[in-house]
Write a protein that binds this ligand. Structure first.
Ligand code: ADP
Ligand code: ASP
Ligand code: MG
Length: 420
């Protein structure tokens, strides 16, 4: 008997028929004797609607009330799934974040899970009851209010519950049948990866592949949670129930690097559309100028990602280009305006019409030329690069948004990832 955590995303629970389909996946595991905790997202579109209502009510909303509103979507799904399971003759009970309890910090809207005392749920599932837990939410310790984990946070709830229950596997059911070399909705030739390392999945997620929330991969990596990405749209009876010895023939397994035999140099390509570019023109080129620009941004909690500095022809000035999250652009411009006396009166240009494309692979540690091939491929397509950043296992470039799909497709072919 194994303990299995099954997470179902918004599209998988979009209506009652799909919730019934999810219930059949759960029943398959229960019938095989597995102990099951299910983590659910809000029904497709619900969280977006709730967020929109909050913003319509007041653009300057109270973050605690934002969480009170947006956490409701998951509660609806958990109740509906518990009712559906009961109607199928199974024993099931729903649990909200505060009931579990999923203890988080107080960063409303982007809270981190600190601890999940899993005792009550553990004893219930050991007694044969199915626990249906709301994803995306927990309870903070200061005012005991609901806190949500950031968009896509149900993945993180699922991995954290798997840690708390010492589960044998955390199965993330979604609308694609695994992690692909790139978003299969953009590149039809994308290939499903049988396995991907935690490190690569972490980069893919943080560089824009929203199939798993970044924090969920961090947690899985730290606690060595065996995590699989599977499709809920496969007929429930066409899948085998989980057994530790038949884990490999389905979906994608996120695991340690050394469990992967055939390692590619480049495993995947990610893109992120939510970047914005800011350029300060003709800044004095003297010691301390970078600190004067980036210090105030750091003080305002604005995360700067890529940075490029170009010397101007007179040799005394420099153009400084950097990227921030598109949502932070108005605040960034405001901070720069207020810091004018320190930085000098320079021209500021900005654009949110950019996209960051990244190639990722642990093989880059031992293979040279990955970046050069990326630049060559983009240049052959006439695509201009605005900024570059690299780490041990990834290269990212910033380009005009209009070329996003062309760039991803061209790179996918160039690195030999196309499914033919
Ligand atoms: P859920 O609602 O189940 O959490 P998400 O929409 O958050 O689902 O994540 C699944 C989506 O992630 C897919 O529909 C797919 O378009 C997108 N995606 C982006 N990059 C990848 C990738 N490399 N592999 C698989 N899916 C990806
Ligand atoms: N419902 C939340 C969202 O849409 C959490 C999730 O689906 O993972 O962001
Ligand atoms: Mg998701």
């Amino acid at each position: 008997m194994a303990t299995v955590v099954m997470k179902f995303g918004g599209t998988s629970v979009a209506n009652i028929e799909r919730i019934q389909n999810v219930a059949r996946h759960v029943k398959r595991e229960v019938d095989a004797g597995n102990k099951v905790a299910v983590v659910v997202s809000a029904m497709a579109g619900v969280t977006n609607q709730l967020v929109a209502w909050v913003k319509e009510a007041s653009p300057l909303y109270d973050a605690r009330e934002y969480d009170a509103v947006v956490a409701t979507g998951e509660q609806v799904t958990a109740g509906l799934l518990a009712i559906t399971l009961q109607a199928m003759g199974l024993r099931a009970r729903s649990w909200t974040g505060w009931q579990v309890p999923v203890k988080t910090d107080v960063a409303h809207g982007a809270a981190r899970i600190l601890d999940i005392p899993g005792g009550e749920i553990k004893s219930r599932i050991e007694g044969g009851e199915i626990a249906v837990v709301t994803g995306f939410q927990g309870i903070e310790p200061i005012e005991n209010r609901i806190a949500t984990l950031g968009r896509g946070g149900s993945d993180t709830s699922a991995v954290a519950i798997a840690v708390a229950l010492e589960a044998d596997v955390c199965d993330i059911y979604t609308d694609v049948d695994g992690v692909y070399t790139t978003d299969p909705r953009i590149v039809s030739k994308a290939k499903r990866l049988a396995k991907i390392s935690y490190e690569e999945m972490l980069e893919m997620a943080s560089l824009g592949s929203k199939v798993l929330q970044t924090r969920s991969v961090e947690l899985a990596m730290v606690y060595k949670v065996k995590t699989r990405v599977l499709s809920s749209f496969v007929a429930p009876d066409a899948m085998q129930p989980f057994r530790a010895d038949n884990i490999e023939n389905i979906g994608t397994i996120v695991c340690d690097e050394d469990e992967i035999v055939e390692q590619q140099v480049v495993s995947g390509i990610a893109y992120a559309k939510d970047e914005a570019k800011v350029t300060l023109l003709n800044v004095d080129d003297k010691p301390g100028i970078a600190a004067r620009i980036f210090g105030p941004l750091a003080d305002a909690n604005i995360n700067v990602d890529m940075i490029v500095q170009n010397i101007t022809p007179d040799g005394k000035h420099t153009d400084m280009t950097f990227t921030v999250q598109a949502a932070e652009l108005p605040r960034t411009l405001e901070v720069l305006k207020n810091a004018k006396t320190h930085i000098g009166h320079v021209d500021v240009k900005s654009s949110a019409d950019v996209v960051k494309i990244s190639v990722i692979g642990v093989g880059m540690r031992s293979h040279a030329g990955v970046a050069a091939q990326m630049f060559q491929t983009l240049s052959e397509k006439g695509i201009n690069i605005h900024a570059i950043s690299t780490s041990e296992i990834k290269v990212s470039v910033l380009i005009d948004a209009a070329y996003a799909e062309l760039a991803v497709r061209a790179l996918h072919s160039a690195y030999g990832l196309d499914n033919d």
